[in-house]
Design a protein around this ligand. Structure first.
Ligand SMILES: [Mg+2]
Length: 107
């Protein structure tokens, strides 16, 4: 699935099952909530915390939740994430193409 197809699929799902998009502010709050859920899993999996009884390692599911809400926000604000990601990659390449290679902390 391409990013464009992901945006289209989410848009079709919202129109079919979701009635309408939540407001941008609500989805921003939901995005923050989902990032927190992802952080909780990562804290338990890679950090010093351990999973509580009944909790599971659902890191991929939480990443997908984050992506879903981000796709919603992109759709409802008219952002083409394919274009924006390409621009971001170009920007990072221009800015950082030697920065990390020359970072002795990474060696
Ligand atoms: Mg979640």
């Amino acid at each position: 699935m391409t990013i464009k197809e992901a945006q289209q699929t989410v848009d079709q799902w919202i129109k079919t099952y979701g009635v309408r998009y939540f407001s941008e502010l609500t989805n921003m709050a939901v995005l923050t909530e989902e990032v927190g859920e992802l952080a909780r899993v990562i804290a338990r999996k890679y950090g010093d915390q351990s999973f509580k009884p009944g909790e599971k390692d659902n890191m991929g599911e939480e990443m997908a939740d984050v992506l879903w809400v981000l796709l919603c926000l992109a759709n409802q604000t008219g952002v083409d994430l394919t274009v924006e990601l390409q621009k971001s990659i170009e920007k990072k390449t221009q800015r950082d193409k030697e920065r990390h290679i020359n970072n002795v902390k990474l060696k």
